[in-house]
Structure formats: C-alpha cells, structure tokens
Design a protein around this ligand. Structure first.
Ligand SMILES: Cc1cc2nc3c(=O)[nH]c(=O)nc-3n(C[C@H](O)[C@H](O)[C@H](O)COP(=O)(O)O)c2cc1C
Length: 251
C-alpha cells in the first residue's frame, strides 16, 4: 500500500514542493536543451511532402470526434507518404520557437511548451519508404532513417507483449520521452506533465487518422527494454512511453 500511496502522490499538484523543493535548471540559469533529438551525422534524411493537407478525406469535425475508435484490424493498403506526413504534421511539427529553445509551439499543447517527446515510426508499408525504423525531426519536417529492416513484424509484436495486431500495422508510432526537456523547467513536476502531454498528442493522432480513413490504437502495455532496443535509444535519458499502430480501415 505504501507504493500505491507514493504513486498516487505523483498525480497530485505540487508534488515536488514536498518531495524535493530544489530550483529547476531554468531557475538556476542553465541553457535550455535542444527542442529535438538531433539526427546522427551519418543518417539519411528524407524530406516529407509539404502538401500533406491534400491527404485529408474527411473534413467533418463532428463526425471525426464522435466516430473515433481504436482500430486493431488494418487493410493491406499502404499509407501514402502524404498521409504519414499529415499524421506527423498535425501531432508534432514545430510551428514557432520562442527565445533560445525556451519554448516551441506545435499542434498539440504541452506544459511549459516544452514538448519533451520524440516520435519513432516502425515502417512496414508506407509508399516511398523502405521498411525500417525512422525518427521524426519536427523542426525541419523530415525523417531520419535509423535502420532499414524487412523483418520488423515479430519485433513489433514482441515489443508489445505479443499483441499481434500491432505487427500487422503499416506503421507503428513509438512515442519516446526525453524527460530533461521538461525537467529543465519544472524539475520533479515534469513527469506528470509529460504524460499529460502524451495524452494530448496521442488524441491528435487518433483524430487525424479518422480524417484519412485510417485508425490507430493506443498501447500502454509494452515491453520497455524491447521497445527501447528496437529504436536504439538509451532507456535512461530517452525511453518509450506509448505505442500506437496505425493503418487504413478495411472497407
Ligand atoms: C492509456 C491507454 C492504454 C491502452 N493500452 C492498450 C493496449 O495495450 N492494448 C490495446 O489493445 N488497447 C489499449 N488501449 C485502447 C483501449 O482499450 C481503448 O481505448 C478502449 O477500449 C476504448 O475503446 P475506443 O478507443 O475504441 O473508444 C489503451 C488505451 C489507452 C487510453
């Protein structure tokens, strides 16, 4: 029970004021960390289409909101690059930067405008992309190719404790947290804030999928080590916090 009470306290306001009332790095005058994980110098970069708005098929906002459902069965159809571009743009593309990386504005809201998430996509069937693991660069609206791989299905299923439907998705979004980006401003309060951010951005993805006759399914039941290893991230300063397979609806 002690652990339950301790964990519940994390959900409450002013968590840090009694756990560890130290000033944050921002208050101490430290420079803000980068707004995105920069690509490795040797990585191939792919510029995403800028006309992604053309991918929208359903503009009925009421219908999109009321018909959203988690989708676990996907058509064999590929996602187009325009569709993937739209999903990335309306969730996380950077629209404005304030000061020296002090804040950035994107389609989803974020506590302190810190946006402490990175998006990785396990691509199995997207037109114009070789299958593999990609990392989204929200400042330039590009993809960084992390690794090309044609055998992702089993690794994806394994990364979500055997949930088979995830392995059949043309694209699987892995949301990774880079906690320091928010800790810099909010210290121990950050971890609740980052999870709240994640709910907002995931809903944007759900709704955007509806607009392109696709669907997504949020997954919190994932294997931490296997997800982090699949994306080649360190699991400490950056680690997966949510997974969402995406695919077109079956007609
Ligand atoms: C935080 C969270 C975690 C979830 N984890 C899983 C999961 O691991 N596997 C799964 O199949 N669905 C998962 N779901 C989807 C829920 O089962 C689904 O949202 C719920 O049944 C309501 O259905 P709807 O999304 O179609 O309205 C999750 C949803 C949320 C919000």
């Amino acid at each position: 029970m002690k652990d339950i009470h301790f964990n519940r306290s994390f959900m409450k306001a002013d968590y840090d004021s009694w756990v560890n009332p130290t000033p944050s790095d921002q208050v101490k005058g430290m420079p803000a960390p980068p707004l995105q994980r920069e690509p490795a110098p040797e990585s191939a970069l792919i510029s995403l289409p800028t006309e992604s708005r053309l991918a929208v098929k359903n503009n009925d906002f009421y219908e999109i909101l009321t018909q959203r459902r988690s989708l676990r069965q996907y058509a064999d159809t590929a996602l187009t690059l325009e569709e993937l571009s739209l999903l990335l743009e309306v969730t996380y593309r950077t629209q404005k930067i304030v000061g020296d990386n002090v804040a950035s504005f994107r389609p989803s809201p974020s506590g302190g405008a810190r946006h402490a998430l990175e998006i990785y996509i396990a691509v199995q069937n997207v037109e114009g992309l070789d299958p593999g693991i990609y990392h989204y660069l929200p400042l330039s609206h590009q993809l960084e190719c992390i690794t090309k791989a044609t055998d992702l299905e089993e690794q994806i299923i394994d990364s979500v404790y055997g949930q088979k439907f995830a392995g059949s998705a043309p694209a699987v979004f892995y949301w990774a947290a880079v906690p320091y980006r928010t800790e810099w401003r909010y210290g121990l309060k950050s971890h609740k804030v980052i999870l709240l951010d994640l709910g907002h951005v995931a809903e944007n993805l759900y709704l955007a999928c509806e607009a392109i006759d696709a669907g997504a399914c949020a997954i919190a039941s994932y294997n931490q080590e296997k997800c982090d290893r699949l994306l080649k991230i360190d699991g400490e300063d950056e680690f997966v916090a949510y997974v969402m397979p995406v695919g077109k609806k079956r007609v």
